[in-house]
Every structure is written in structure tokens, then in C-alpha cells.
Design a protein around this ligand. Structure first.
Ligand code: SF4
Ligand code: SF4
Length: 394
């Protein structure tokens, strides 16, 4: 009996890719033009040609072990040059969506990526919970923000409408739950990538700085080469900085950030930076998609619209809330506050562990695993050459 492993195609994978992406797998005849033009592809990771093949054959197991889909930053060079117009860049994007849904053990990610009704439905369900928290009568027992009815209508007193300590507690609980969900999904990804690798633990430790640097800067993106890629990379850097600052303000500094009346605080300055960056970058992304400006914007999955739109609306409602508070419009401020939370909370709940946001962790993790593998390989080659030299000298 032969020990050769039988490859098992996953028909669900083929179906998923067909229904959720803009690439056509059947067009690929494996000429490898895409791999040769890709600036990020190398001897070890020959993408996207290999992934086109794995996807055509529905080889899920092989894809789960492969960090390549995350090593692609979607510059679109491969799609421009594909002689068959097979759109390999979009296939890599589609694979990232598929893999995100595989890492998620709850199954929600798959439902939301493959059905716009599910995604919108979950957003509405979370939004409804927020509205209930504000509107439940005080004597209902669990009306967390039930004090909202006591807020004065002559001066803005956000603390009376939504007490900062209660919102702060809710924030932190939500941040912990979302972080745990995301980390549990990321650990599934990590074990999928490293399961068959026999790499000493010390190699993982040595390469940890790589994970941190890529996580913060995503500097690998800068190697794509095209001017579009550089612009997208820099825009992404600003976007992430704005997002990270706003997240920190809301989760760590809320008692200082959510101030009453017309007073300003140092956190407001950071809030201004964050708002400007979030509004401008998301508007730019949305316009790029509407105008189909570059290769990566030619096809848009609904999740490609949803995240920038929600982020834009979060920043917009946040700054409007701030303006209404400064000019002292109590009722308008309170309603805007509620609308702001009705946008922000569902966005975070859906996007952080299950949606597009999660790539901020998955991508550096894949780059990290790829770097660990390379350093192990280099080490083994070096060892082998030392052994050969010693053998040759005796
Ligand atoms: S995707 Fe296009 S360029 Fe790449 S191997 Fe297939 S046919 Fe060739
Ligand atoms: S989209 Fe760009 S980075 Fe991704 S595989 Fe194609 S050429 Fe490479």
C-alpha cells in the first residue's frame, strides 16, 4: 500500500469562491505570469498561481496551511497582466474572506460573508440592544442607561444622559469579549499554519519583533512597488493610527473623553486628529470604490463597502455629537449620542472578530509565521553546509 496522501477537494470551498468573489477560477491555465509579476511572491511562496490551483481544486486543507493569501496586499499587478483575465488578485482577496470564515469557530463570519441579510441582520440586532438600553423604563431592572430620562434639557450633561462610569464598564467588557473572540480565531489560524511544522520554539521567540513591526507598520505593503500601492499603504497607516487612537480614547480614557457641557480636554485634540483621519481616509476609500479607480476597486464584495461606510458614519456622528455639545443643544446631543453608539457598537461587534477588521491581526500573524519558516530553513541550510564542509575536510 502506498503512503501517498490523497488530496480531498472541498466542494463547499469552490462554491463559496464562485459566489463571493470577482475572479473566475476556470479561466486560469497556470501560465504563472501572475507570480512572475508579483513583487511580493518568492521562491518559497509562489503566489498567486499556486493558490489559483489550490482554489480550482478545492484544496482547503492545503490553503489552511498556507500563509500566502495574507502575504498579498492586493496591488492588482497580477490581475492586470493575467492573459486570461482571471483576476488572481481578487481570488487572493476572496481566499482571505474564506479563510477568515474558517478561522471563526462560531460560524457567524461565514454566514455574514456569504449573506448580506445575515450581516445586516446581526448589525440591526446589536443596534436594537443599544436602543433598548437607552429606552427601557428605569424600573425594568436591567435598564443600564435608564437614567437617560433624567438628563437636563437646558444644558448638555452627557453624564446624566449616559453616565461615563457605566458606559466605561460596558466598553471594557465589550473590548475584552471581542478581544477573546478574535484571539481564539487567531489561535486557530496559527495552529492551522504551524500544525505540520517542526520548528523549535526559540525560532518563534526570535521572530516576535517581526510580528510587532509588521502589525504596526504593515511595511511589507511598501514593497509592492507600484505608486497605487504606496498610496494605499500610507492611507492605511493613517487610517489604522486614527482607529487605534479613537479605540484607546473610548476604551481607556472615556471618563476624560466624554466630558460635560462645553469644556474641552487634551483627549479632544487626539479625537480631532482621529476624526479627520477616519473621515478623510474612509471617504477616499468609498470614492475609489465608486469610481473603480484601481484594480483592487474593480470588484467590491458587500463587506468591502460596509466597513468603510460604518467607520465613516461613526466618525461623522462622533464629531457631530462633539459640535452639538459645544454649542449646547442638549436634546440633539443626546439623540446624536444614541445614534453614535447605534453605529459604533454593532460595527465593532461584527467587524472585529468576524469581519474585515480581523485582518489587522491575521496578516501580521501570517507574515510572522512565514518569517519563522524562512529563518528555520536558512538555519537548516547553514547547518547542512557546515556538516558538508566538515565531511569534506576529513
Ligand atoms: S491567474 Fe492568469 S496569469 Fe496567473 S497562472 Fe492563471 S492564467 Fe496565468
Ligand atoms: S495582487 Fe499584487 S501582491 Fe497580490 S498576488 Fe497580485 S501582484 Fe501579488
Amino acid at each position: 500500500m502506498s503512503g501517498r496522501k490523497i488530496l480531498k477537494p472541498d466542494l463547499q470551498l469552490i462554491k463559496y469562491l464562485k459566489e463571493n468573489g470577482g475572479g473566475d477560477l476556470k479561466k486560469c491555465y497556470q501560465c504563472a505570469t501572475c507570480t512572475s509579476v508579483c513583487q511580493l511572491s518568492n521562491e518559497e511562496y509562489g503566489f498567486p498561481r499556486r493558490q489559483m490551483l489550490l482554489a480550482q481544486w478545492g484544496l482547503k486543507e492545503q490553503l489552511m496551511k498556507d500563509p500566502s493569501p495574507w502575504l498579498c496586499f492586493y496591488c492588482g499587478d497580477c490581475s492586470k497582466r493575467c492573459p486570461r483575465k482571471g483576476n488572481p488578485g481578487e481570488t487572493m482577496m476572496n481566499l482571505r474572506r474564506y479563510l477568515t470564515s474558517c478561522y471563526d469557530w462560531t460560524g457567524l463570519s461565514r454566514l455574514m460573508y456569504s449573506s448580506v441579510f445575515w450581516e445586516i441582520g446581526v448589525l440591526i440586532a446589536v443596534a436594537a440592544v443599544i436602543i433598548l438600553l437607552f429606552t427601557l423604563p428605569q424600573n425594568f431592572g436591567f435598564g443600564l442607561l435608564a437614567q437617560s430620562g433624567n438628563a437636563p434639557l437646558t444644558t448638555v450633561m452627557l453624564d446624566k444622559f449616559a453616565p461615563a462610569d457605566i458606559v466605561d464598564l460596558g466598553d471594557r467588557i465589550m473590548a475584552i469579549v471581542l478581544a477573546l473572540l478574535l484571539l481564539s480565531n487567531a489561535s486557530r489560524m496559527f495552529f492551522g499554519l504551524t500544525r505540520d511544522e517542526n520548528i523549535p520554539f526559540s525560532f518563534y521567540i526570535k521572530k516576535l519583533p517581526h510580528f510587532v513591526i509588521q502589525g504596526i507598520t504593515q511595511k511589507q505593503w511598501g514593497k509592492c512597488g507600484s505608486s497605487d500601492s504606496n498610496t494605499n499603504w500610507i492611507r492605511h497607516l493613517f487610517l489604522v493610527s486614527g482607529y487605534a487612537i479613537m479605540f484607546t480614547l473610548v476604551v481607556v480614557f472615556l471618563p476624560w473623553f466624554q466630558v460635560n457641557g462645553t469644556s474641552l480636554h487634551w483627549t479632544s485634540l487626539l479625537g480631532y486628529y482621529s476624526t479627520i483621519v477616519l473621515l478623510s481616509s474612509t471617504a477616499w476609500i468609498i470614492i475609489d470604490r465608486i469610481k473603480k479607480r484601481t484594480e483592487m476597486h474593480l470588484f467590491s464584495h458587500f463587506s468591502d463597502w460596509l466597513f468603510p461606510i460604518l467607520l465613516f458614519l461613526s466618525a461623522l456622528s462622533g464629531i457631530l455629537l462633539h459640535i452639538f455639545r459645544i454649542i449646547n443643544l442638549p436634546l440633539t446631543t443626546y439623540y446624536t449620542y444614541m445614534i453614535h453608539l447605534v453605529i459604533v457598537v454593532p460595527m465593532l461587534v461584527v467587524e472585529v472578530p468576524f469581519g474585515k477588521w480581523s485582518h489587522l491581526l491575521y496578516r501580521p500573524l501570517a507574515l510572522y509565521v512565514a518569517a519563522v519558516r524562512s529563518s528555520t530553513k536558512d538555519y537548516l541550510i547553514q547547518e547542512q553546509s557546515t556538516v558538508n564542509n566538515v565531511a569534506a575536510s576529513v
